[in-house]
Design a binder for this molecule. Structure first.
Ligand SMILES: [Zn+2]
Ligand SMILES: [Zn+2]
Length: 252
């Protein structure tokens, strides 16, 4: 299995995973034009995508979903709550998923995981293909034991490190937004992300991607500095996803 990112952060998100047979796009938070040009960077066109999955309705994950799936007639998978919130209307190949139940797309078994986030019916995903297990985990306000449980199988993990607490506290956001981002239904800070890793079996983990970093409230060196202590002795690959460039293909 391999993974690439079209970009990651509050201005837009999109992750592509590929098991050699099936290619899934998780979230489409850019314009169709931007998605097309970012896919080109990883040698894909929208027509190469087998299906699109959407984690929740926030614009940084869903901005380009409607135009993309309509123009290229792509199957779309999302929860009923996310579908209703996006007001996408009807179109062929709409799959409303039950976030309590796993489902199959091509060679992937997809396991939705409900997360605490201020959207209608948000979920994140664990993907299995053959012996490989990959988790995509962003946009959650805190780590529940349910989340620890469900992501403990992962060989590859794309994990939110949204903000550094001091930068958020002392940064330019209005108080209300600071409370939202830092709240239990907001986003994971660097130390919460490290906390998840400290509760995870790192011997399985081969690839860790720090993602959804806030451009105003975080820096790559702070996110890496927060997780490094809990990664002592770990031999996998550590990658930080960028807003503009994401990252190119990595094997899981
Ligand atoms: Zn987001
Ligand atoms: Zn969100």
């Amino acid at each position: 299995m391999r993974i690439a990112s079209l970009g990651s952060g509050s201005q837009g998100n999109g992750t592509v995973i590929d098991d050699g047979e099936t290619r899934l796009l998780i979230d489409a938070g850019f314009s169709l034009k931007e998605i097309t040009s970012r896919l080109k960077r990883i040698d894909l066109t929208p027509a190469d995508i087998t299906a699109v999955l959407v984690t929740h309705e926030h614009a940084d994950h869903a901005h380009g979903v409607g135009p993309l799936v309509r123009k290229f007639s792509l199957p779309l998978y999302l929860t009923h709550g996310t579908y209703r919130a996006l007001r996408l209307g009807l179109f062929p190949s709409l799959h409303l998923i039950n976030p309590h139940r796993s489902f199959q797309i091509g060679g992937f078994e997809v396991d939705p995981v409900i997360v605490p986030h201020d959207a209608r019916e948000p979920c994140q995903f664990v993907f299995r293909s053959g012996d490989d297990c990959l988790g995509v985990l962003t946009d959650l306000g805190h780590i529940s034991s349910h989340v620890v449980d469900r992501f403990s199988c992962c060989h590859g993990l794309l994990l939110e490190c949204n903000h550094d607490l001091d930068m958020l506290r002392n940064g330019p956001y209005p108080e209300r937004l600071k409370r939202r981002v830092g709240g239990d239904l907001g986003h994971l800070n660097n130390h919460q992300a490290a906390g998840l890793l400290s509760r995870t079996d790192l011997s399985r983990l081969r690839l860790l991607v720090l993602s959804h970093l806030s451009e105003r409230n975080n820096r790559p060196d702070l996110a890496q500095g927060a997780v490094t202590p809990v990664l002592a002795g770990w031999r996998g690959e550590l990658v930080t996803a960028a807003q503009d460039t994401g990252f190119s293909w990595r094997d899981v």
